[in-house]
Design a protein around this ligand. Structure first.
Ligand code: PMP
Length: 427
């Protein structure tokens, strides 16, 4: 396919005219389509409805160790839930605290605690002149919202196809003791769907931060969210790797079942070294007498074990895969070779990330909106909502039906082509 850059001005104008006619037709249909947030579809939620059947008024709510789940107690989660989550994130149950329903809430708490009380005896961050976080970009907007909320300065680190640029990460954390953390989505990252390479993980585990209270915020939100049965990405387990490298306390690993069972009604957890867990529990025991053990038990009785969860994830994949493939195939046929941007082909997770020509993302999102397609705002995957190149657009294929998504993706393609031509004609 000839790229737009190779076309003459006349050819571009002709193409533009055709696209504008197509765009108008879509506009006249008064569509309302949404590709903005990574929510599971109703069909996906339906596959977890069995969770509602495993507990009823006749069921014994006693744990394996005799704990009555209906009552107070068990601060850090019931043992069988720790085993299930431990298998899910490849960590020892002893290294896990089960919280409530949201991993984002744990991350917020973790930053908040470090602000007010410090990390394992170090100076509380609120007493320091400056606290900084490294933010691999593009990344997850809600991570950046937490650090912005606490007035933590965010420093962009470019994402490569292997994960964050480790040359930059190593240099910055070694030089500056105000850098206290880095946000990571190491598997099927939000929004690019990138999985950190073995070398990247090994280099993470061997960081030599100037700040002894520096922590890697390892948000393993998409650890088991594969699209394919065999062709899956593999991620080195970070806790063991940090331990091997002599840095056992350097990482907090977060996860939840939000996109496995029900978002907002799942089970969330943190995994960390014994020292970190002890530090965390000092706060936790003031914060709560214990989280929702009935929900923890419900999850264990529904999934039974990690094999049950793996089978369950295959059902999610069956629903998600055609949506991802439809969009990626459309991009291949309509956009590849046109010189109008790039995209990754994720093997899991919840997003496809499209990179337009520089300076076009906002305009594409706005054009799509005027034709009835809501996208994540351009800039959202960057700290302070500022994409320096104005080129990243996050596409969330999960929520709409395949039919709606196909329409939305076609409109998106027309918008990308139109905005790119307008840019090229203006140059
Ligand atoms: N981390 C990442 C990377 C996510 O994409 C999401 C959901 N969009 C979350 C965390 C939210 O997790 P939870 O529902 O457990 O709060």
């Amino acid at each position: 396919m000839r790229s737009y850059q190779e076309m003459t001005k006349e050819e571009l104008l002709q193409e533009k005219e055709q696209l504008e006619a197509e765009y108008k037709k879509y506009q006249l249909r008064g569509l309302k389509l949404d590709m903005s947030r990574g929510k599971p579809s109703k069909e996906q939620l339906d596959i977890s409805m069995g969770m509602m059947d495993v507990l009823n008024s006749h069921v014994d709510l006693t744990c394996e160790d005799g704990t009555d789940c209906r009552n107070y107690g068990v601060l850090d989660g019931i043992q069988e839930a720790k085993v299930l989550i431990g298998d899910m994130i490849e960590c020892n149950p002893e290294n896990i605290i089960i919280y409530g329903n949201s991993s984002l809430n744990i991350m917020y708490d973790t930053v908040a605690r470090s602000m007010t009380h410090g990390v394992m005896g170090s100076t509380p961050w609120c007493k320091l002149d400056k606290v900084k976080f490294l933010c691999p970009v593009p990344g997850y907007d809600r991570h950046f919202a937490i650090t912005e909320h606490f007035g933590i300065e965010m420093i962009n680190v470019p994402m490569l196809s292997t994960g964050p640029d480790m040359d930059i990460v190593e240099k910055l954390v070694a030089e500056d003791d105000a850098i206290k953390g880095i946000w990571c989505v190491p598997k099927y990252s939000n929004p690019q769907g990138i999985t950190y390479s073995d070398e990247t993980v090994r280099r993470f585990a061997r960081l030599k931060p100037a700040a002894k209270d520096f922590r890697i915020y390892w948000d393993n939100a998409y650890g088991v969210h594969h699209l394919y049965d065999i062709d899956q990405d593999h991620l080195i387990e970070i806790l063991s790797e940090c331990k091997r490298a002599g840095n056992p306390d350097m990482v907090y690993k977060f996860c939840s079942t939000s996109k496995i069972s029900f978002p907002g009604s799942g089970v969330a957890a943190i995994a960390a070294s014994a020292n970190n867990l002890e530090d965390i529990k000092k706060q936790l025991k003031v914060q709560t007498i214990g989280y929702d053990k009935v929900n923890q038990l419900r999850h264990v009785r529904f999934f039974k074990d990690i094999h049950g969860m793996t089978e369950h994830m295959k059902k999610h994949a069956e629903i998600l895969r055609p949506k991802f493939e439809m969009i990626l195939n459309l991009f291949d046929t309509e956009l590849a070779g046109r010189g109008v941007g790039d995209w990754f082909k994720p093997k899991g997770g919840y997003f496809i990330c499209y990179e337009t020509l520089e300076g076009c993302a906002k305009e594409v999102v706005s054009k799509a909106k005027k034709a009835g397609v809501v996208m994540t705002p351009a800039g959202a995957p960057f700290p302070y909502g500022k994409d320096p190149k104005d080129s990243v657009i996050r596409i969330a294929p999960s929520y709409p039906s395949l039919e709606d998504l196909e329409l939305a993706a076609n409109i998106f393609v027309v918008c990308v082509k139109l905005v790119s031509i307008e840019k090229l004609l203006a140059e």
